[in-house]
Design a protein around this ligand. Structure first.
Ligand SMILES: [Zn+2]
Length: 180
């Protein structure tokens, strides 16, 4: 049976934002050293968003609710910690595959507990911020490979991660505005 509420799979490769920025949300490539403070800076806005009971509602059937975006961002922060540690510890490691749509299903983002997720997201933003804060200044060009062979450096990966968090904060804010 077709699930009419299924979210279309993400097919766009957003790694270009590390070079080009994003015209949709206004992100420009930043220095990796600023990642920690910018991740922390989003925490208040996420908490505010998730304080609304309506944050669990999808604005339309096939678009993630603010709650689902928040769960995705939490898992992205977890992934960021793993991948940065790996790039610092190993010589050009290959990352294991990570399918965001599969994660959304497995971890049942849609039915997350809103207030528990809010606290969880805040601690994961802080953990990721610390990992980026602790990157030695000589290590930003250390590299890793995604399963499809795409090469990231710690610097370009920091752009990818921060963009995800900031872009989805806008997505989630827009979604909430539509249901309030
Ligand atoms: Zn963007």
């Amino acid at each position: 049976m077709t699930n009419l509420n299924a979210i279309p799979k993400e097919t766009k490769d957003w790694s270009f934002v590390a070079d080009e920025g994003c015209s949709e949300c206004g992100y420009s490539p930043h220095f990796g050293q600023e990642t920690g403070s910018r991740l922390r800076h989003t925490a208040t806005a996420w908490r505010e968003l998730l304080s609304h009971p309506q944050a669990s509602q999808r604005p339309v059937a096939h678009v993630w609710s603010p709650l689902e975006y928040a769960a995705h961002v939490r898992d992205m922060c977890r992934l960021a910690c793993e991948r940065v540690r790996l790039m610092l510890a190993e010589s050009v490691p290959t990352f294991s595959n990570w399918d965001q749509d599969e994660q959304a299903e497995i971890n049942d983002y849609l039915n997350s507990d809103r207030l528990a997720l809010s606290a969880d997201l805040e601690s994961h933003l802080e953990l990721a911020a610390r990992v980026f804060d602790q990157v030695p200044s000589s290590s930003w060009e250390r590299a890793g490979l995604r399963g499809d062979g795409k090469e990231f450096t710690v610097q370009s990966f920091s752009c990818f991660v921060l963009h995800e968090v900031e872009h989805h904060l806008q997505d989630a804010s827009e979604g909430l505005r539509k249901v309030l």
